[in-house]
Design a protein around this ligand. Structure first.
Ligand SMILES: C[S@@+](CC[C@H](N)C(=O)[O-])C[C@H]1O[C@@H](n2cnc3c(N)ncnc32)[C@H](O)[C@@H]1O
Length: 367
């Protein structure tokens, strides 16, 4: 299957890599030329070059890579005649069908031959792939391609409607893969073809749930067991475009800086809040002429007595001791000190100014 020589020779199939998204399969034919967006390449210039070489265009403006074909590259570069299977599905199906070197496999339809190439590589020359396609031109093209890729010895393509005519095989295959619009119609024939002396497997590939339901019914009717449905998803993670990682030391330094800034902001807020509270208290004291007051209004005691803010706090099970309040910190518990000519003493109790139970008590010490 495909050339295994080191260098490219006339008649070889080569996968030309223009970009990640643009690949093309060519057969090296002396006298022919390949044209890309950034220049032209003569086939003869590729002869003798090792597979995998980077080749510059004749005008010096572009380049290509000339790659040895693999089933995966063929899947990306093949001329599409139908919808095809891609690597995620192919790998999953080949693995779950238990296909291995020497396996005998049925595939229908052949389509563009994407799945066929992977199966052919896995079974090798000791195995056998029976491929069936009812579209005349697709069948012929697949036969030609398989011959050119050195697979004809162990891969056959038959022109047949398998839903009507079956596979014409009995008790000889290890696995069956059906990629058809109505796979349920081919299940009885598949059962006939599968070996009876061992446990065997069948896989039907369908894009719609309605198809799956009909297939499951047909599999049940034919006595298949362990029927399961899977969806395969492939996610590419582009590792090339990530910026290089910063060192742990740099990251730690940044975190430390952010911490210092946050703390500075917090201290500033505390100071501003304390200043505001102090100012408010001073104004109230001036207004009240130094009398005892509760600037948020006095609360009525249940027994008709008026209570001070500190008592309210005690009634709520909270401590009234300023030192204890300080230990719990919080940005608004700084105790303002009296200053200026006023003889008033300010005492702050509780949290300022957000909390609903916030109280500010002024105590007159006389004029
Ligand atoms: C989606 S394509 C298969 C693609 C293929 N698995 C690949 O990876 O390239 C389905 C093919 O099945 C063929 N087909 C549909 N019904 C068929 C039938 N009853 N018997 C044989 N081939 C059939 C179609 O002509 C078509 O080429």
């Amino acid at each position: 299957m495909f050339s295994q020589a080191r260098e490219i020779a006339a008649g070889d199939v080569v996968i030309v890599w223009f970009t990640r998204e643009s690949l093309k399969a060519i057969t090296i034919t002396p006298g022919e030329e390949l044209n890309g967006r950034f220049g032209a390449y003569r086939h003869t210039d590729l002869i003798g070059k090792p597979f995998g070489s980077k080749i510059g265009s004749r005008n010096g403006k572009g380049f290509i890579y000339v790659l040895r074909p693999t089933p995966e590259l063929w899947t990306l570069a093949l001329p599409h005649r139908t919808q095809i299977l891609y690597v995620a599905d192919i790998a999953f199906v080949v693995s779950w069908l238990g296909i291995r070197p020497g396996s005998v496999v049925i595939e229908s339809g052949t389509g563009s031959g994407s799945f066929s190439h992977s199966v052919a590589r896995t079974i090798g020359k000791s195995g056998k792939l029976h491929s069936f396609e009812f579209h005349d031109t697709r069948c012929q093209t697949a036969q030609e391609e398989f011959a050119q890729h050195g697979m004809s010895e162990y891969v056959t393509v038959s022109h047949r409607n398998v839903c009507k005519a079956g596979f014409d095989l009995e008790d000889v295959v290890d696995a069956v893969f059906l990629d058809l619009p109505a796979p349920w119609e081919a299940i009885p024939a598949a059962k006939l073809a599968l070996k009876k002396t061992q446990s065997t497997r069948i896989c039907c590939f369908s894009p719609c749930a309605e198809q799956v339901l009909r297939t499951v019914s047909a599999l049940n009717d034919s006595g298949f067991t362990s029927i399961t449905m899977y969806e395969t998803l492939l996610r590419t993670i582009d590792v090339g475009s990530y910026p290089p990682l910063k060192s742990v030391g740099t990251v730690a330094e940044k975190l430390k800086d952010a911490d210092v800034k946050r703390e500075a902001r917090r201290v500033k807020q505390i100071e501003e809040s304390a200043m505001r509270a102090k100012e408010k208290g001073r104004k109230k004291a001036a207004e009240m002429g130094g009398q005892e007051m509760d600037i948020f209004g006095e609360s009525e005691h249940p027994h008709g007595q008026k209570r001070k803010a500190g008592e309210d706090r005690e009634a709520n099970g909270q401590s009234n001791t300023p030192q204890e309040d300080d230990s719990e910190a919080g940005p608004h518990t700084k105790k303002p000190k009296p200053d200026g000519p006023s003889p008033l003493t300010l005492e702050m109790v509780g949290h300022l100014p957000k909390s609903a139970d916030c109280k500010l008590t002024t105590t007159s010490t006389g004029f």
